[in-house]
Design a binder for this molecule. Structure first.
Ligand SMILES: Cc1cc2nc3c(=O)[nH]c(=O)nc-3n(C[C@H](O)[C@H](O)[C@H](O)COP(=O)(O)OP(=O)(O)OC[C@H]3O[C@@H](n4cnc5c(N)ncnc54)[C@H](O)[C@@H]3O)c2cc1C
Length: 260
């Protein structure tokens, strides 16, 4: 058995197409409009928000005599007035590696604004079993011994099944797949696996709030604590209202503007 630690990789994010945005601004008659957004995700959110009222500059809409200058002030107002729909335009793409099926099962309950690609354990045959070990188990020598012994026994079960059905000599991939899927039923829920996960910034905020909460499960708190470390620096204005408190050694990401 191999002990692992959940890992968070930010592998993609929204990019603005400058030529297209410039052409749109020229179409509107505000070709000189710029913003100080620290990321394309926040620049795009600002543009999508401002187009609603034509609030790029005063007078463009005769009803608008003043506009909020700057991306930080603009997005802070979006959060305070809970107009979170503009944050749905920007996407972030992650790969979470060495996370358990306990974690992935909880993660996929979040449906709105997400996209998911999960490692297939019908196709990928298990050999060595890896797992992250929760604090309560790690703190007890006896529990650790039981945990590791159980994993080693289950690894042996995988090897015994493979030998029993001679899967290494199987030529038909379809049968291999059926056998692999049958064997995985004997794998533990804590098994380390990989999931590709994308979401928009509005969804990201909601999930950071509910999954770093001390009432959430330890592993998902750990993973979304790591997610926050990555996104906080990258999208400081879209997440500028958050305060962080450490509870049980993990960050609890809180705001007065929950679920914008
Ligand atoms: C601490 C904790 C404990 C939990 N315990 C359990 C448990 O014991 N058992 C269990 O089954 N689940 C449990 N869950 C999962 C929980 O019930 C939700 O399924 C999960 O958090 C997904 O969040 P969401 O409902 O906000 O949906 P998301 O998909 O994240 O959607 C975000 C928001 O969009 C809106 N929305 C999304 N889909 C719809 C829709 N179809 N119709 C209308 N509005 C929609 C809602 O406002 C929703 O809050 C737990 C979650 C947490 C954080």
């Amino acid at each position: 058995m191999r002990e692992t630690e959940p890992k968070v990789f930010l592998v993609g994010e929204t990019r603005v197409v400058d030529e297209g945005l410039s052409a749109y601004l020229a179409h509107l008659g505000v070709e000189s409009w710029t913003t100080d957004a620290p990321s394309d995700a926040e620049r795009l959110s600002e543009v999508m928000g401002r187009l609603c009222y034509r609030s790029f500059e005063p007078g463009l809409n005769p009803n608008v005599t003043r506009v909020r200058e700057g991306n930080a002030r603009y997005l802070a107002n979006i959060l305070a007035s809970r107009h979170g729909s503009v944050l749905e335009h920007a996407m972030v793409n992650f790969i979470f590696a060495d996370v358990s099926r306990v974690f992935t099962h909880e993660l996929v309950r979040h449906r709105a604004g997400t996209a998911i690609s999960q490692e297939s354990l019908r196709f990928v045959r298990l050999e060595e079993l890896s797992a992250w070990i929760p604090t309560h188990i790690r703190e007890s020598e006896e529990a650790m011994e039981l945990f590791v012994r159980t994993y080693e026994q289950l690894e042996q079960v995988q090897r015994d099944m493979a030998r029993l059905f001679e899967i290494d000599h199987e030529k038909q991939f379809d049968r291999k797949k059926k056998l692999t899927s049958a064997f995985r039923r004997l794998a533990p829920d804590g098994l380390a696996t990989t999931i590709g996960w994308s979401c928009n910034l509005r969804t990201l905020r909601h999930i950071l709030e509910v999954r770093t909460d001390p009432h959430a499960e330890e592993e998902i708190r750990l993973v979304f604590g790591k997610v926050f470390e990555v996104v906080q620096k990258r999208y400081p204005n879209a997440l500028g209202d958050y305060i962080v408190e450490t509870v049980d050694g993990l960050p609890w990401v809180r705001t007065e503007y929950r679920k914008v």
